[in-house]
Design a protein around this ligand. Structure first.
Ligand code: IMP
Ligand code: MG
Length: 174
């Protein structure tokens, strides 16, 4: 079966939108340091591009989580595979994610981070599939709302492949 990737959002569209979000974040965090938390591995491509577009001081940290249960459906119970290096007390935290789908992972993660005493916690996602939401999550910054399709690129994988595509695409099987 042949596999191909159909472009949904071009590299230029993604880059332009990241620039806009970076400007908005820079305005909203005026006079503060924004502490970006990247959720590995998917959020890493978006986070580095976004960080370059933010003009207020930025600090970064990384965490890796995996959800218990099947690999295609997240259960909502999250296991920390790699925890943050730094404490969050008093920090203005901005979690940077690749995509919000059911919302289960994020809802669990945000609650956990809020318990660590940050000054604020906000969420920034490159993509959002609102139709798929099972658990309500407040998204503060969204790159694009997309329809219910399985997408790859810009950090998102299909079986660990395609993360390095500079655009967002849909895998088609002909
Ligand atoms: P959820 O919001 O807890 O359902 O899970 C979100 C996670 O599922 C994301 O961080 C991705 O790793 C993965 N995911 C959801 N939708 C897609 C997709 O369309 N392509 C690739 N990964 C996806
Ligand atoms: Mg993810």
């Amino acid at each position: 079966m042949a596999e191909r990737v159909e472009i949904m959002l071009t590299e230029e569209e993604v880059d332009n939108r990241i620039r806009e979000i970076g400007e908005q974040i820079s305005r909203d965090y005026q006079g503060k340091t924004v502490h970006l938390i990247c959720v590995l591995k998917g959020g890493s491509f978006f986070m580095t591009e976004l960080a370059k577009r933010i003009t207020v001081p930025v600090s970064l940290d990384f965490m890796s989580v995996s959800s218990y249960g099947g690999s295609t459906k997240s259960s909502g119970v999250v296991r920390i595979v790699k925890d943050l290096d730094e404490p969050l007390e008093g920090k203005d935290v901005l979690v940077v994610e690749d995509i919000v789908d059911s919302g289960r992972t994020l809802s669990y993660l945000l609650d956990m981070l809020r318990d660590r005493g940050p000054a604020s916690v906000k969420l920034c996602t490159l993509l959002d599939k609102p139709e798929r939401r099972v658990v309500e999550v407040n998204v503060d910054y969204t790159g694009f709302q997309i329809p219910d399709e399985f997408v790859v690129g810009y950090g998102l994988d299909y079986d660990q492949r395609y993360r390095n595509l500079p655009y967002i695409g849909v895998v088609r099987f002909d």
